[in-house]
Design a protein around this ligand. Structure first.
Ligand SMILES: [Mg+2]
Ligand SMILES: [Zn+2]
Length: 302
């Protein structure tokens, strides 16, 4: 979304010439909303032991107080809703958009796949900088999914994988940085559970698509859980659940279903928009309502 990229916390060029003096003594009246490299952007005081959240992945050295974070999240979402009619969508990588496996874990009957890497765009082999040679397989329909989601949402990646690994996947799914820009949260920024606190948008306007719900202990209401993508038949998995075959075709696969679901969410969030109150709109009850409707339809109740 343009605002996230353009929201500049840098001082204006005019001020930069003056180069304000950094003060050592704390300012009594300032609540230090935005701190850059330990200096408050408002009162220019050095702030030690600052309790704010770091947003290094978006702006190097930037931290925000809880108050500033709430304000910025609201501002970004409301601008996005009003100007672009876009919500925010947070996407997991592993088992949601890709399946990655160590080459050593491929079964005998799958080893031939490594020979096809050069000729296929949905496969990538890597080992530089990583402990073991691995293969990334893109889920079918992923390109179309991202293209269409980008029309309705500002996109984020949020993965438990490392930063370098995420960059490898992004080179496959978003080589020109059209979809995600620098809105990529990895284990580096988020070593524990996943949290929407790190996403610079109002929780009332964020949808998460992830195959795992346990990694989102506090944000389950925002979650659309997708069927786990498993392309390679990892032998270490003996659970019967792993062996269930999912239709992964472009037309009927889980990414296609998720896209149609997200289209419903987007349409209903913005329908009758002029009559809605910005402070009370919320995508979370809508997700619940649409899930129930889809479930009833699938069960043949409707
Ligand atoms: Mg996952
Ligand atoms: Zn301050």
């Amino acid at each position: 979304m343009s605002l996230v990229e353009n929201l500049s916390l840098e001082p204006q060029p005019k001020r930069r010439k003056i180069d304000p003096e950094v003060k050592e003594s704390p300012s009594r009246n300032c609540s230090h909303w935005f701190v850059r490299n330990k200096v408050c952007a408002s009162c220019n005081t050095i702030v030690d032991n600052y309790q704010g959240r770091s947003f290094d992945y978006l702006y190097t050295g930037i931290q925000m107080s809880n108050e500033a974070l709430g304000f910025t999240k609201r501002l970004i979402s409301q601008t996005s809703w009003l100007e672009d009619k876009k919500l925010h969508l947070v996407l997991d990588l592993d088992h949601t958009l890709v399946h990655t496996i160590k080459v050593s874990q491929l079964s005998e009957s799958e080893k031939y796949i490594t020979e096809e890497v050069e000729s296929r765009k949905d496969l990538r082999r890597f080992n530089t900088g990583f402990p073991e040679e691995s293969l990334i397989k893109l889920r079918s329909f992923v390109h179309q999914f991202l293209k269409e989601c980008n029309e309705m949402f500002s996109l984020y990646v949020y993965t438990k994988g490392g930063y370098d690994y995420a960059q490898l996947v992004l080179e496959m799914i978003d080589p020109d940085k059209i979809y995600f820009g620098n809105r990529v949260i990895t284990r580096r920024e988020s070593p524990g559970f996943k949290t929407l606190d790190l996403v610079l948008a109002d929780e009332r306007g964020i949808v998460v698509v992830d195959d795992k719900s346990s990694v989102w202990p506090h944000d389950k209401k925002n979650l659309l859980q997708i069927a786990r993508y498993k392309y390679f038949g990892d032998q270490s998995c003996l659970l019967s659940e792993c062996k269930k075959k999912i239709d992964e075709s472009d037309e009927k696969g889980p990414l296609n279903t998720a896209l149609r679901f997200l289209m419903d969410v987007h349409e209903e969030f913005f329908c009758d928009w002029s009559r809605k109150d910005l402070d009370s709109v919320d995508v979370r009850p809508l997700l619940k309502e649409i899930s129930l409707r889809w479930k009833r339809k699938a069960d043949g109740v409707v």
